[in-house]
Design a binder for this molecule. Structure first.
Ligand SMILES: [Zn+2]
Length: 70
């Protein structure tokens, strides 16, 4: 997958947008069809991202990392 997050900033390494960008979301949805597994995977990403993106309100992070996957 080309659309990986830069772990220092959580921008996409490929398209320089906030990660997960649209292609990354698409990839996550197709590669992890089980919604519970997908939620667990995103929860782990959110845990890492929350340190980097500590300035963002929690609701923004929730929408960005978890809400779209439902
Ligand atoms: Zn991207």
């Amino acid at each position: 997958m080309e659309h990986q997050p830069d772990k220092a900033t959580y921008y996409c390494l490929n398209c320089d947008k906030d990660w997960p960008c649209d292609p990354a979301r698409e990839y996550l949805l197709t590669s992890t069809p089980d919604p519970v597994q997908l939620a667990m995977r995103l929860r782990i990403e959110l845990e890492d991202a929350a340190y980097v993106l500590a300035h963002e309100p929690p609701v923004v992070l929730f929408d960005r990392f978890l809400k779209w996957s439902r």
